[in-house]
Design a protein around this ligand. Structure first.
Ligand SMILES: C[S@@+](CC[C@H](N)C(=O)[O-])C[C@H]1O[C@@H](n2cnc3c(N)ncnc32)[C@H](O)[C@@H]1O
Length: 207
């Protein structure tokens, strides 16, 4: 049976971020991989905005640069080889606190032999950094895969981190197929509340 768009958490993330981002925004792809998400972000924020894309693997950096070149969007993106645990340092000081979206697509580089996977400790450090970098009203998205070796431990750590966000400061939602076996991927989107929302968030439970 072909996968429906409804069942793909990454499509959900693209739909939500696509509605929020516009030309002139600054966004971060914390796991550049083959560059699909970086290209998506670049299309959302170009021509006036900018993207920082990060990956620990040189081949991921090269594939992402190549994809951007083919699309004519290389001027809109800095692709950096490094760990997302260093996102704070890798983000220009004048952009800190002004980031409109940070995307994480965890796991391993598709098409690789899974020798490099995202790890709980660095992923949590990166989520902390991303949370600090976001502008009020900014979005943090995480697509989580738990089927590979090490994936379940990372998924548990990510879920615990998300569940522990202060409900007076964050809206946090999970998008997950409930009736499919074999650890289907799921997504979380966390929205950092704007100042005006914080007082409401502390007093209301359901809306
Ligand atoms: C599922 S892939 C990302 C897919 C990508 N967003 C795309 O559109 O093709 C996960 C990526 O995370 C990268 N990665 C693993 N650990 C990392 C780290 N500490 N910092 C940044 N990237 C990391 C891997 O090298 C891999 O390319």
């Amino acid at each position: 049976m072909a996968a429906s768009r409804l069942t793909r958490p990454l499509d959900y993330v693209h739909d939500v971020l696509g509605l929020r981002l516009s030309s002139g925004d600054f966004a971060i792809d914390a796991t550049a991989g083959n560059g699909h998400d970086t290209l998506f972000l670049a299309r959302c924020v170009a021509p006036a905005g900018h993207v920082l894309a990060v990956d620990v693997q040189a081949r991921a950096v090269e594939r992402t640069r190549e994809r951007l070149r083919e699309a004519g969007l290389e001027q809109s993106v800095d692709v950096v080889e490094g760990s997302h645990a260093d996102l704070g340092r890798l983000t220009a000081p004048d952009r800190r606190g002004k980031v409109r979206a940070v995307m994480f697509n965890l796991g391993f580089l598709p098409g690789s032999d899974k020798d490099v996977i995202t790890q709980p400790q660095t992923t949590i450090a990166a989520l902390e950094a991303a949370a600090d970098l976001l502008a009020p009203g900014g979005l943090l998205s995480i697509v989580v895969y738990s089927g590979h070796d090490g994936g379940a431990a990372e998924a548990a750590a990510v879920l615990a981190w998300c569940e522990s966000r202060d409900a007076g400061r964050w809206h946090v939602v999970q998008y997950r197929q409930l009736n499919r076996p074999n650890n289907p991927p799921w997504a979380i989107i966390a929205e950092k509340m704007a100042e005006s929302e914080k007082a409401i968030g502390r007093t209301k439970g359901n809306d």
